[in-house]
Design a protein around this ligand. Structure first.
Ligand SMILES: [Zn+2]
Ligand SMILES: [Zn+2]
Length: 292
């Protein structure tokens, strides 16, 4: 029996949105961490929440980080230049993520810190930084086994599954259900999309906790089709179908206020109870931790 501790540092999609209307759930972009009760530790995504994670640490100690990036859109990498531990000698970090057809992970982090954009280059960071391109694969990090899966998003994007003892954690960054983009009713294309969705549903099935893109409500989705994001409805159907125990709605739309998120959580919790589904629903909030 192992215990995992999940903590959110940035829960917002697309762009940081500080302000009174987002103070409860938070305005920082994607960043979360998973720690085991035996010291295993992975940080997922390096949005602006990574800055607060870094500054929450005892910086007199030395750290060896594993940072796994879902994909290189700004909201998933823009906290890295402000991650204080990489400016401290003796620390080290390995950054994992999907290369794109243009850039490796080293390029992606290197280019956002070119002189034009930021005064410090990655070559000047005093912590030892390694980069590792990932595709669909399985890797072992201490007591964690990590599996990756490709997601439907307008750039290469990976979902991550971590197994630890009897526990399973899944993080699906930005993703949209697969569909027939031609909308032509071609049964072969429809079947392929369905098979891809089935494959993702199998990946999350049985998870103790699932953190997943829930940027839109069903009523908003049609106008945003093809933008690469899911609805709460879709995520819950997938999770409930696979017996997932806890779902954390994540990558909140930048326009979504605290009051709206409160309402959405209550609305869907009532639906879950009404249908008698054994699933706990949360809207991810900055600096909130959960153990399971
Ligand atoms: Zn995003
Ligand atoms: Zn994205």
């Amino acid at each position: 029996m192992g215990t995992l501790r999940l903590t959110f540092w940035g829960v917002r999609g697309s762009i940081p949105v500080p302000g009174q209307a987002t103070a409860k759930y938070g305005g920082n972009t994607s960043c979360l961490e998973l720690r085991s009760d035996r010291g295993d530790w992975i940080i997922f995504d390096a949005g602006t929440g990574l800055r607060t994670l870094g500054d929450s640490l005892d910086l007199s100690k030395k750290y060896s980080f594993h940072i796994m990036i879902s994909h290189p859109h700004w909201d998933h990498i823009d906290g890295f230049p402000f991650f204080t531990p990489v400016y401290i000698p003796g620390n080290s970090a390995t950054i994992y993520g999907p290369a794109t057809h243009e850039f490796t992970i080293a390029d992606i982090f290197g280019k956002q810190m070119r002189f034009t954009f930021f005064p410090v280059r990655t070559e000047e960071l005093v912590a030892a930084i390694d980069y590792r391109d990932l595709s669909e694969e399985r890797l072992v990090l201490g007591n964690f086994t990590v599996e990756t899966i490709k997601l439907n998003h307008p750039v290469d994007c990976l979902g991550y599954k971590v197994r630890y003892e009897d526990k399973v954690f899944v993080y699906l960054g930005d993703n949209e259900p697969y569909y027939n983009v031609y909308d032509d009713g071609d049964p072969e294309v429809d079947a392929t999309a369905e098979a891809m969705n089935r494959r993702l549903a199998d990946f999350v099935a049985g998870a103790d906790a699932l953190v997943t893109d829930c940027q839109y409500l069903p009523a908003e989705y049609e106008k945003k089709r093809g933008w690469g994001h899911s609805t709460v409805h879709h995520a819950l159907n997938m999770a409930a179908g696979g017996g997932v125990k806890r779902v954390f709605m994540f990558h909140h739309d930048p326009l979504r206020t605290d009051a709206e998120l409160d309402y959405i959580v209550e609305h869907y919790r009532a639906k879950i109870a009404e249908k008698g589904i054994n699933l706990h629903l949360f809207a991810a909030a900055e600096r909130q931790s959960y153990e399971f």
